[in-house]
Design a protein around this ligand. Sequence first.
Ligand code: ZN
Length: 466
Amino acid sequence: MQKPGSAAIYARISSDQSGEALGVTRQLEDCRKLAADHGWTVGEEYVDNDISAFKGKPRPQYQRMLDDLAGGYRDAVIVYNMDRLTRQPMELEQFTRLCEQAGVTQVKSVTADIDLGNDDGLFMARILAAIASKESGRKSQRLQRKARQTAEQGLPNGGHHRPFGYEQDRMTVNEAEAEILRQAVARFLAGESSRSICVWLNEEGVQTTAGGQWQTMTLNAILKSGRIAGLREHKGIVVADAQWPAIITREQRQQILGHFETKRRTNTRAPRRYVLSGLLRCGKCGNKLFSAIRVDTRRYVCLSGPDHGGCGGIAIVAAPLEEFLAAGVLMRLDTIELSETLKGRRAADDRQSTLLESLEDDRNQMKELSELWAAKDISSAEWKAARGPIEARIKATERQLAQASNSTALDGLIGTGSQLKEQWETLNLDRQAAIIKAVLDYATIMPGTPGARSLDPARIQPVWQL
Ligand SMILES: [Zn+2]
C-alpha cells in the first residue's frame, strides 16, 4: 500500500470534557507521532473544539475534512480514537462511503488500526463505532490517560486529604511531619514493627492527615510509598522523579522495601487451624481474642495496640481449649435441653457461617481500602483496582448466602453428639467451626496461673447459643 502523501489529522474535544483544550493538544501530539512513525506526511490538522458530536451539533472542521477527502486533497485520516471521528454508527457509514468513493483506504487511530479498504477493516470500524456510540468507558479512558500524563510529569494526584509530610499543595514539605516520618523510618529500619511505631505515633498525639489514629496499614502504605522518597508512582509503579522534594533518601526506601520483602517471606507459614476464631473473649477487657503462634504453639491471645485495642493480658494455648470446647458442644448436642430449644428455631448452617465470616472480612477490607484512599495513601486508580476483586467476592458471597439461608445447620445434628465425637477429627475445619458456632455463642477466657502446664477448665466460661 502506498504511503499517504497528505494525511488528515482529526481531533475533537467534546463539551463533556469541561472544555479542556489540553485534550486536543494531547490528541494532536499522539496523531502526529503516529504519522511520523509510519512515515506519513500530514496535509492538515482539523480540530473541532468543545462540540459534542453525540448531540448532533455541526462539526465545521469535520465537514471541511470530508470535503477535502472527497475532493482528493487528503488521502488518509489519522484520529486519536474512532470515537473522536464518529459517535454514531450512521456517521461511520457516511464516512466509509465517502472514503470508498474517494479511494481513501487508510484510516488510523492511535488506539486501533483500521483499513477501510477491506471487509475486515470495515467490520472492525463498525464494531468500534458501535462501541463508541454507547459512549461507555471512553471518558474514563481519557481520564486515565490524563492521570498517566500527570504522573509522568512527576506532578501530584488530586484528592481529599493531603499526604502526610506535605502541605495541601502536595508539593511543599511540612517540616514537622517530615521530621516525624524520618524518625518513623529510622525506627522501622532499626527493626521496630509498624505496629509499635503506630503505638508511638498515637501516644505522641500525632494524627493522620485524615485526623485519625495510626493503623499499621496506613503507616505501611506511607513507608512503602515512593512519594516520601521524591518518586512519582502511577498504579503502583514509579514512573518519574517527583517534582516535590523527598523526605527520605532513595536508599532508605530501598531498605524499607527490603524489610517488607523479608517480612513477607518469613511470614509464610504452613496453614493454621483456628477453629475458635471470633468465638473467644478476653476475661480482662472483653475484647476478642486473636489467633497467634509462639514457638510453634498455636494460641489465642488478647492483642493490644492500634489494630486490635485489647489489653494484651490474656493468652491461652489453642489445642486443649479447642478440644475442651468441641467436647462441650458435642455433649450439648445430646442433651434434651438443646433439642427442646432448637424446636422452632433455625440456625445458620456451616456454609452460611463461613460465608458470613468471609463477607465480614471483605467488608472490613473495603473499609480499610476506603480509609487508605481517604488518607491519600493510595490513589483513586489503586483504590479502584484493589476494590474490583473484593466487590466481586462480596457479590458472589451474598448470592451464595441467599441460597444457603434456606437450610438449617443443626437439623440432623441433634442427638448425634456421640457419633460426631468419633468423626470429629475427620471433619474439616469449616464444618467443625460451623457446628461449634451453632451451639456456642462465645466463651470468655479468664486469666490463668502463669506457667500452668495443662488447661484449667475454670478459665473457660462458655455462653451457649442453644
Ligand atoms: Zn484483654
